[in-house]
Write a protein that binds this ligand. Structure first.
Ligand SMILES: [Zn+2]
Length: 303
């Protein structure tokens, strides 16, 4: 190596070390700016909550602050909106805890479903002498659908998330269902492949990692309870009664119960734009846990 080359190598090295030094500094500065990440995310769920409240013409303060407390951004929609999750109850490290996953607004135009999920996220987890509950709330699963200029059932890429889960024989079944039953209704498009959507894959991932005992998915406006899975479904939650809706290719209920062995209670609220009031919402919350308490007993007895 000649003298000039040596000097050049040293300069390059010095440059690299300096660049690394500055990038570390920048990283620290960035981290320092972003340090209240928790707060930023919670504020954003607060914003989503306030926006939804506005769409429903509701006062938001009593719901949004408690709902968004401790919220974290866990995934991103196709249009780069955050999907937030809120943890309540027992620690995840508690292996004996009964785990409840609650999903709201999988369909974006079912605004009341998102609102009820936000109300529930702000309530205390009911206590049971027999068990601890770890609850994970994902109040607005399809933010692109909810916050479109006109709220839409489908996500930001025009896919019905509740038909996009990889159920048995999805390709043939979902195409047949979409073509024949819906006459190619764009609001019910199942996607070109199963699990093609960010939001679908997030829900699949959370089922895998959180390992819920039961999933509760809130929809509207059919005004019934639907149930997929073993054990006994509840007869009634609040003023909504059980009335099974049947099986759809690509639905979350079909996927979670058949593929993951996790039962899914679908709560269909009676209205998509007239929100459940606070009294009814609390009643539903209590009834839900009374059922889960019993359900878990039945399940453990049957093993
Ligand atoms: Zn729905």
């Amino acid at each position: 190596m000649g003298g000039a080359e040596e000097v050049f190598t040293l300069i390059v090295r010095a440059y690299r070390v300096t660049a690394l030094f500055f990038s570390v500094l920048t990283g620290i500065a960035y981290a320092a700016n972003a340090a209240p990440g928790q707060t930023t995310a919670a504020n954003s769920l607060t914003q989503q909550c306030q926006q939804l409240g506005k769409l429903l013409k509701l006062r938001t303060d009593s719901v949004c602050a408690p709902a968004a407390n401790g919220a974290i951004s866990v995934a991103s929609s196709h249009q780069q909106r955050s999907i937030f999750a809120v943890r309540r109850g027992a620690k995840l490290s508690e292996p004996s805890a009964t785990r409840v996953l609650i999903l709201g607004a999988v369909h974006g135009d079912e605004l009341t479903a998102g609102w009820l999920a936000l109300q529930w996220a702000g309530f205390d987890v009911p206590r049971s002498p027999k068990r601890d509950y770890a609850v994970l709330h994902v109040p607005i699963t399809n933010p692109d659908g909810v916050f479109e200029t006109k709220p839409s059932r489908v996500n930001g890429r025009g896919v019905d998330l509740n038909r996009n889960f990889p159920t048995p024989n999805w390709k043939a079944e979902s195409a047949k269902w979409w073509n024949e039953k819906t006459k190619r209704d764009p609001r019910r498009f199942p996607g070109n492949t199963a699990a093609s959507e960010h939001e679908t894959r997030y829900v699949m991932r959370v089922i895998e990692t959180f390992q819920p005992t039961v999933v509760v998915s809130i929809h509207a406006p059919l005004g019934v309870l639907d149930y997929d899975g073993g054990g006994l479904p509840p007869q009634r939650i609040g003023s909504i009664w059980l009335d099974m809706l049947g099986i759809y290719p690509g639905s979350l209920g079909h996927y979670a119960s058949r593929i993951r062995g996790v039962p899914v209670l679908t709560v269909e609220l009676p209205h998509a734009i007239n929100a459940v009031n606070d009294t009814e919402s609390r009643k539903m919350w209590r009834d839900l846990f009374v059922w889960i308490d019993k359900y878990s007993n039945l399940d453990s007895q049957s093993k």
